[in-house]
Design a protein around this ligand. Structure first.
Ligand code: SF4
Ligand code: SF4
Length: 438
């Protein structure tokens, strides 16, 4: 069986972000495979910990991916402060003349795919495009780790998650898919405050979460923050209030635009114009709406740039939703772009970003703990990542073995296969399959 089929059967999707289907990515014919170990969001540690602990396996996985795609070179991109990962990977790639490391400054958003492609290869992905448009396939470290396991016949049933913030023992833990967040907090020694909120993901792009939420194939980390922390409260402002505030207080300083990483790459995205369009309706071009398609939702504009606490990002999320619902296509797709001259001195140091977000105190190690946690129950969503939801292949009451297929996409549809992450009995099936350990 070839690697693409093996990866599909193992249920590998991008281990973070939108969870793009990895077997689809591996069907491209790039000249370069770029392994994203930049850990874009501050506080998250999964990729750097895995790179340090499993460098050899990662190099083997990359060799398999290079062979399957015909790509000429593989690049591991790491921040230059990840010394253990750098040492381990440098050793591991010695056996492969077509692999190398590329070290990056500690800036945000270094791990944004389009920023990463430019920093490592000098190529600019066209606005609205994806890295294969310039001959690059990007996989993050944990995704590559899962490709390596898949090549040995192992399905994706374990997820690595950083649990950090206001917890007693920040850690990066290995848990079966479907483990709930309450269990994760216990693994990190529990919260250090009685009233807290949770962010699923990083402090910039993560979303508010609850204690009953579960680990999926795209969960990268959870951050526990004291109630009232600005990273929680800014996510609670409704869009309508954002637009009213924009009309009242936007001073048109255009800091949101001048620091926008996509604008600095030369993409025609000027977030201050979206905000003006929404607040006043004063537009001389429909592009002030459709440019929302170019927004990566990195959060630089609202968490770092705007002196008035406004959120072009939130507005772009809603604009994208409404434009897609109205059938308006992205008009910018694949237009060439060139980085702006000022980009070099406008990249944001992560330390300054953390200070601005009042998170410096939580910027601590979260060491890898690989002893596997045994939950009493797991809840495995039928949709985890891109594509359609899978359909159950088991029934309530059935006994399943760890690694057994429990759901598959409908015939002819793109989606991910899911496997039981523990031995147990299926006790419920709805939008997820719940398995109780026996
Ligand atoms: S979230 Fe803001 S800064 Fe980031 S790409 Fe979108 S508009 Fe630019
Ligand atoms: S940074 Fe804030 S105040 Fe300045 S133009 Fe952008 S949204 Fe308006």
């Amino acid at each position: 069986m070839d690697l693409v089929e093996t990866v599909r059967n193992s249920g590998v999707v991008g281990a973070g972000g939108a969870g793009f289907l990895t077997h689809v990515k591996l069907q491209a014919k790039p000249d370069t495979i770029l392994i994203n170990g930049a850990e874009c969001e501050p506080l998250l540690r999964v990729d750097q910990e895995l790179a340090a602990a499993h460098a050899e396996r990662l190099a083997q996985g990359l060799a398999a991916a290079l062979e399957a795609t015909g790509a000429k070179q593989g690049i591991f991109a790491l921040k230059n402060k990840y010394h253990q990962a750098e040492t381990a990977l440098n050793q591991a790639v010695k056996a492969y003349p077509n692999m190398r490391l590329c070290l990056l400054d500690d800036r945000y958003p270094a791990g944004d795919e389009q920023v990463l492609v430019y920093e490592t290869t000098g190529r600019v992905v066209p606005p609205g495009g994806i890295p294969p448009a310039v001959g690059v396939t990007v996989l993050n470290v944990e995704t590559l780790y899962n490709v390596a396991l898949a090549s040995q016949g192992q399905p994706v049933i374990i997820k690595y998650v950083t649990v950090t913030g206001a917890v007693a023992k920040p850690a990066t833990v290995a848990v079966p898919l479907g483990t709930n967040f309450a269990d994760l907090l216990e693994l990190a020694g529990g919260p250090t405050t009685s009233r807290y909120g949770l962010i699923d993901g990083g402090p910039l792009m993560g979303k508010l979460a609850g204690i009953g939420d579960v680990v999926t194939k795209t969960t990268k980390g959870i951050i526990v923050l004291p109630e009232g922390h600005s990273c929680l409260t800014t996510r609670q402002v409704p869009l309508r209030a954002q637009i009213r505030r924009a009309a009242a207080v936007c001073c048109n300083c255009r800091m949101c635009t001048d620091l926008c990483p996509r604008y600095l790459l030369g993409h025609p995205l000027e977030p201050h114009r979206s905000l003006n369009a929404a607040a006043y309706g004063l537009v001389d071009s429909a592009a002030h709406y459709t440019q929302a398609y170019l927004c990566s939702e990195c959060g630089v504009c609202d968490t770092f740039a705007c002196p008035m606490g406004l959120s072009p990002r939130q507005l772009h999320q809603e604009m994208k939703r409404q434009l897609a619902a109205a059938g308006v296509a992205n008009p910018f797709r694949d237009r060439p772009a060139a980085p702006r001259r000022e980009r070099e001195w406008r990249r944001i140091p992560s330390a300054r970003l953390l200070a601005r977000l009042n998170l410096s105190a939580y910027n601590v190690p979260a060491p890898l703990r690989e002893e596997e946690f045994q939950p009493a129950m797991v809840t495995i969503p039928l949709k985890q990542g891109a594509g359609v939801a899978a359909q159950p292949t088991v029934q309530a009451g059935a006994y399943v073995n760890r690694g057994q297929v429990i759901a598959e996409p409908p015939p002819g549809k793109l989606g991910s296969i899911h496997h039981a992450s523990i031995d147990g009995q299926v006790v419920q099936i709805d939008q997820a399959i719940t398995i109780k350990a026996v």
